[in-house]
Design a protein around this ligand. Structure first.
Ligand SMILES: Nc1ncnc2c1ncn2[C@@H]1O[C@H](COP(=O)(O)OP(=O)(O)OP(=O)(O)O)[C@@H](O)[C@H]1O
Ligand SMILES: [Mg+2]
Length: 298
């Protein structure tokens, strides 16, 4: 073991003193890596928060492949702008709220999700206009500025008429409360928005691209290397390991996380305490594109 584990961040170093099982638990837990493009996007989200309330509020639609870090990014934005208690008021103060689009474009279910988040009592069978009134009132109390709606492509799971109606609800909320909306989804989300061109042109698209095999990817690997609590340094920037990790993950951060978490667990269980090419060879791994192909042919 290196004496001071200088290859690790301070918090990863602290984890080294835990048991193997606890270390593995930590490895499997969520972590945040503030890679440069994530910071660019966070800045744009923050700009929405700082924006004065105007009649036509700016909105963003964050698009990217599945498993490529969209939700992690917007949840980070929420963490950075937490809800605060307001015991004297009727609702908490929430500058930012994160909600998932209902699995079908259903206005009532959407309001239910918001009311649940605000711990507001309501009857699921209540009329939609009553729920809407309650939602507007509470979001005003909460001084909401940015409403993040994840999985927004799900609205495609309804008839064109219902898609339109749902998008009009978003427009209404944005106008009425003078809030910005951040839609998050796969590229289908853009298609969903186009259903209502008047709304679509109010959304600025931001793409979260796949990683390329370049220095940014190398730096991302370095961040993982510094955060995975292994006793010895893993030379993830080593050309052969770097190329292998890129091939296994196909430039997708979620896939990379799975590979590296599995490899780190293996490194602990084997006692090797670092990730080598050999560790990667031992993982039973099908690259995501191959997995999709297999899925489509069954
Ligand atoms: N900034 C980050 N730092 C650390 N890990 C990350 C980061 N972004 C993504 N990940 C890892 O990648 C996984 C997938 O990310 P996430 O769930 O955010 O993807 P997504 O784009 O929202 O996918 P989907 O479209 O399927 O909802 C996360 O569980 C997390 O392990
Ligand atoms: Mg997601």
């Amino acid at each position: 073991m290196t004496d001071n584990a200088s290859h690790l961040t301070a918090s990863a170093r602290e984890v080294l003193s835990l048991t193997d099982a606890e270390r593995i638990f930590r490895i499997k837990s969520d972590r945040w890596i503030g890679y440069p493009y994530a910071k660019v996007v966070l800045k744009q989200l923050d700009d929405l928060l700082q924006h004065p309330r105007v009649n036509r509020m700016p909105n963003i639609i964050l698009i990217g492949d599945s498993n490529n870090g969209k939700s992690t990014l917007v949840k980070r934005f929420c963490q950075l702008n937490p809800t605060v208690d307001n015991p004297e008021g009727e609702a908490v103060i929430a500058p930012v709220m994160y909600v998932q689009a209902p699995p079908v474009p259903d206005e009532g279910r959407f309001y239910n999700a918001i009311l649940d988040l605000l711990f507001a009592p309501y009857k699921p069978s209540e009329r939609v206009d009553k729920k809407q009134y309650q939602v507007l009132k509470l979001l005003r109390y909460a001084q909401l500025k940015v409403l993040v709606i994840d999985e927004i492509h799900q609205i495609l799971a309804g008839s064109l008429h219902r898609q339109r109606a749902f998008l009009n609800v978003l427009k209404y909320l944005s106008n009425e409360l003078q809030i910005s909306i951040v839609g998050v989804g796969t590229k289908d989300a853009l298609r969903a928005l186009q259903t209502e061109p008047q709304l679509a042109n109010r959304f600025k698209p931001i793409h979260l691209p796949r990683w390329e095999m370049n220095d940014d990817f190398k730096r991302l690997l370095a961040s993982f290397g510094a955060m995975l609590p292994l006793k010895l340094p893993s030379k993830l920037h080593n050309e052969a390991i770097f190329t292998r990790l890129y091939a296994m993950s196909e430039g997708n951060i979620g896939e990379l996380t799975s590979v590296l978490n599995t490899a780190a667990e293996l490194a602990i269980l084997s006692g090797n305490e670092c990730i080598t090419l050999d560790t990667l060879n031992q993982i039973d791994w099908t690259p995501p594109s191959e997995r999709r192909r297999q899925f489509l042919t069954v």
